[in-house]
Design a protein around this ligand. Structure first.
Ligand SMILES: *Cc1c(COP(=O)(O)O)cnc(C)c1O
Length: 364
């Protein structure tokens, strides 16, 4: 009988990937990036499994508070920092590390009632042009933060790399040089590297590294598979064959009838669709895995199901397990076939998909 649609989270693979990060940056403290529900893997489960990292990073304050309330004691960096006077108070109360990316945050700090001094990271825009203060404003803002009397000294320093996934571009070196130029003489700890920076750019490995995607077994590099870096997939998305039917030459499959059988074909309907996070834009011909056999997608992806052509497969039966990505089928392949990146696919697995945690230690 058909199995449930599940996403398996393999904590042993997660720990393996952490050890790869440690090996590549042995002198850096590791801040595991677990924003967006740990890229869809389940933030609290991942944080609990990573009890030996020095810190965590999230995008929003509510993610950080959830971690503290669950008993996380390590450093927690919040990429957006505080966005109101009330949040300044919460950063202090929960002992969260605030990223200072805009001048208005200094005003918020100065306007807030006296609080226990905050741990802050001054984020410098070195070319990403997303969040970060201009290099010319670093000294002024650094002085302003010191004078506020509300931050712990020395102020920590960070930037974010825009093109570290592409080893052939000069941008990363330029960003690092600019960072070094405008932080020279400042004493605080530094952080530059995301996963691609950590694995690919030695100069980016500072006091702290901030890997995300590599911990989950996704390749941070363009045109690469994660296995190239010795990473293992943490997430495997699975479903099973709900029904089998033979379609005759000339008959169509699925909405809009966009796929037409060129010969008599055996079509399997699999219980997963875009309502679960399988991308609707996956191309016809994208492979799924049936045991060790590959079978191509045919027709449009529906909300609850997809159809695959199993004419070339041996002995397919209702109930057979189908892997959409993960173990045996690199997520990068599907991402490429659906015009996206592994990050978006991981984040997009929906609530209704049952999460199964594998590889947790006894009693842990
Ligand atoms: C998301 C993010 C990271 C992690 O990036 P990966 O490519 O997943 O390693 C690091 N730093 C910042 C500021 C981020 O937004």
């Amino acid at each position: 009988m058909p199995q449930r649609t599940e996403v398996i989270i393999d904590l042993a693979a997660l720990k393996h990937n952490v050890s790869m990060a440690r090996k590549a940056a042995p002198y850096s403290k590791l801040m595991a990036v677990i924003k967006a529900n740990a890229y869809g893997h389940g933030m609290l489960d991942i944080a609990k499994a990573l009890s030996d990292v020095e810190g965590f990073a999230v995008a929003r304050i509510d993610e950080a508070i959830k971690l503290r309330e669950a008993g996380v004691t390590q450093t927690i960096m919040v990429f957006t920092g505080f966005l109101s006077a009330d949040e300044v108070r919460q950063f202090s109360h929960y002992d969260l590390d605030a990223v200072i990316h805009s001048e208005y945050q200094l005003e918020l700090l100065n306007a807030s009632a006296a609080v226990k001094p905050l741990s802050v990271w001054l984020k410098i825009n070195t070319g990403m042009n997303r969040l970060g203060v201009d290099s010319s404003a670093v000294t002024r803002l650094n002085d302003g933060l010191q004078l506020s009397g509300k931050v712990r000294l020395p102020i920590k320093l960070m930037t974010h790399l825009a093109c570290a996934d592409d080893m052939s571009r000069p941008t990363t070196t330029q960003q690092i040089e600019l960072f070094d130029a405008c932080t020279s003489g400042l004493a605080g700890e530094q952080s530059i590297a995301n996963s691609a920076g950590l694995l690919g750019w030695q100069q980016a490995r500072r006091h702290w590294v901030r890997p995300g995607i590599m911990l989950y077994g996704g390749s941070p590099f363009c045109n690469a598979a994660a296995s190239d870096d010795g990473l293992l997939p943490v997430m495997t998305l699975k479903s099973s064959v709900l029904s089998l039917q033979t379609v005759k030459k000339g008959e169509c499959v699925g909405y809009g009838g966009v796929w037409q059988a060129k010969k008599t074909s055996l079509i399997a309907t699999v219980g997963i669709g875009y309502g679960d996070g399988y991308p609707r834009h996956a191309e016809i011909g994208t492979f799924v895995l049936l045991g060790r056999q590959q079978a191509p997608l045919v027709g449009r992806v529906s909300m609850d199901s997809i159809n695959i052509d199993v004419s070339q497969c041996e002995s397919v039966q209702v109930g057979d397990e189908v892997v959409l990505w993960g173990e045996g089928l690199p997520i990068e392949e599907l991402a490429e076939k659906s015009g996206t990146i592994s990050y978006e696919l991981m984040c997009g697995v929906t609530e209704r998909v049952l999460r199964v945690i594998k590889g947790a230690e006894d009693g842990g």
